[in-house]
Design a protein around this ligand. Structure first.
Ligand code: SF4
Ligand code: SF4
Length: 357
C-alpha cells in the first residue's frame, strides 16, 4: 500500500469527520451549492482522504478534479473543528506526488519561481516612505488601484514605503506544491529582507493571511489602519445603499470584519447585510486557483454570490479585494439577463478616496 506521509499527520481529523458526518460544512459550501454533489463538499473530500489512507482509492485524474474544484475558502473550516484546509492541501500534495496535478498549477508555480510574480506588472510601483507597504502581485498589476490606495493612506496621514517585492506565493502552497513554496518563501525573505522585522502594512487579503500564517510576519491590513484614523476626519458623504462582501481571507481568516463596516458607515452609506456575512461569508469564486482550472465553476459561484445581494434588495456590492471585485463583476455581468439589473461591484478604496477628497 502506498505511503501518504503528508496525510498521515491528519489521520485523527479525517476519522473524526468520517465518524461524525455532521455535514455542517456542506450546506453553504459554495462549490456544493453549484455541484450539488457530496464529493465536492468538505465531508466528501474527507472521505477521499480516508480512501487514500486505507488504500481503497488510488490517486486518479477524477480525484484531482475534485480537489482542484475546492476554493480553499475556509467556510467548511469555520463550521467545523478540524484542520480542513490543511487536509485538502495534503491530499493535493499526495496527488501531485502520484503524478496528478493540474498543468495550469504547474505553470503558475513555474512562473512565480521564474519571475517572482503571478501577474504582469506594467511598471512595478515604488515609493519612498517610512511604513512598509506590501502590495502583492494582484495590486501591482493594477497601477490605478495602487495610486488610489496610496492616495487614501496619504490622506489619513500615513507615509507608505513601497520597495522591491516578489509574490507571497500563496497559490503554490494552497495547491500543495510544498517544495516550490519553500523556495518561493526563501526568495521573498531575501528580497523583502530589510522590512521583515517591522510591522508591514498590507492590502491584499490573501497576501496578508499568507505573510502572517505561513511566514510568521507582523502584518496589519491597511484598512484597519485607515479605520483607526477616520474619526475626526472631514468626509464628503456618499449616500448609497450597499451590501458588503467579506473576502474570505480578510473576514474569516484575519478577523477584519468590523473595520470595513465602520468605514462604510463613516462614509455615509447604508449597509444591508447579505444572509451569509462576516465569519460565515461565502466565497466570490476567485479562491484556490479554481478560476484557472474550471472557469465555468468559478463564474457560477460568483453568480450565486451576486444573487445573495439581490436577495436582500441591493444592487451595489462593496468589497476590498483585488480578486473578489473582478470575479464578482464577471458574475454580475453574466446575470444581467436573468436579473434584469446590473449589480455593480465597487472597491472600498475607491470610495474612501472619493469621500476623503
Ligand atoms: S468536515 Fe467537519 S463539519 Fe463537515 S462533516 Fe466532517 S466533521 Fe462535520
Ligand atoms: S474550502 Fe470552501 S469550497 Fe472548499 S470544501 Fe470548504 S467550503 Fe467548500
Amino acid at each position: 500500500m502506498a505511503e501518504y506521509r503528508a496525510l498521515e499527520q491528519f489521520v485523527d481529523d479525517i476519522y473524526t469527520c468520517n465518524r461524525t458526518r455532521c455535514g455542517f460544512c456542506s450546506v453553504e459550501c459554495p462549490v456544493f451549492r453549484v455541484k450539488r454533489m457530496e464529493t465536492y463538499a468538505s465531508r466528501g473530500r474527507m472521505l477521499v482522504a480516508r480512501g487514500l489512507l486505507e488504500g481503497i482509492l488510488e490517486p486518479s485524474a477524477e480525484m484531482q478534479e475534485v480537489m482542484d474544484a475546492c476554493l480553499m475558502c475556509g467556510y467548511c473550516q469555520a463550521r467545523c473543528a478540524l484542520e480542513n484546509l490543511d487536509i485538502f492541501s495534503a491530499v493535493r500534495r499526495e496527488l501531485r506526488e502520484a503524478g496528478f496535478a493540474s498543468p495550469k498549477h504547474e505553470q503558475t508555480a513555474e512562473r512565480i519561481l521564474e519571475t517572482g510574480t503571478l501577474f504582469d506588472r506594467p511598471m512595478p510601483f515604488r515609493r519612498v516612505g517610512t511604513t512598509p507597504l506590501y502590495l502583492g502581485c494582484a495590486y501591482q498589476s493594477k497601477p490605478h488601484q495602487v495610486q488610489t490606495i496610496v492616495s487614501v493612506l496619504e490622506k489619513v496621514g500615513l507615509d507608505p514605503l513601497v520597495s522591491d517585492e516578489v509574490c507571497c506565493s500563496y497559490i503554490i502552497s494552497a495547491v500543495g506544491f510544498e517544495e516550490e513554496f519553500q523556495r518561493a518563501q526563501a526568495r521573498f525573505r531575501q528580497v523583502y529582507g530589510p522590512h521583515l522585522e517591522k510591522e508591514i502594512l498590507t492590502v491584499c487579503p490573501t497576501c496578508t493571511a499568507t505573510l502572517r500564517d505561513e511566514y510568521g510576519l507582523q502584518v496589519k491590513h491597511a484598512l484597519v489602519a485607515v479605520a483607526e484614523r477616520l474619526p475626526g476626519m472631514t468626509i464628503k458623504p456618499i449616500n448609497r445603499r450597499v451590501t458588503y462582501h467579506d473576502p474570505c481571507h480578510l473576514g474569516r481568516m484575519l478577523g477584519v470584519i468590523e473595520e470595513p463596516r465602520q468605514i462604510l458607515k463613516a462614509l455615509g452609506m447604508e449597509l444591508v447585510e447579505m444572509e451569509h456575512h462576516g465569519v460565515f461569508s461565502t466565497c466570490c469564486g476567485g479562491g484556490g486557483g479554481v478560476f484557472d482550472v474550471d472557469r465555468a465553476l468559478a463564474v457560477e459561484v460568483a453568480k450565486n454570490r451576486v444573487r445573495d445581494a439581490v436577495a436582500v434588495g441591493v444592487d451595489i456590492i462593496v468589497t476590498a479585494c483585488p480578486t473578489c471585485q473582478p470575479t464578482l463583476l464577471r458574475g454580475a455581468g453574466r446575470l444581467v439577463n436573468e436579473l434584469g439589473v446590473f449589480v455593480d461591484v465597487l472597491d472600498l478604496w475607491e470610495l474612501l478616496d472619493q469621500a476623503l477628497d
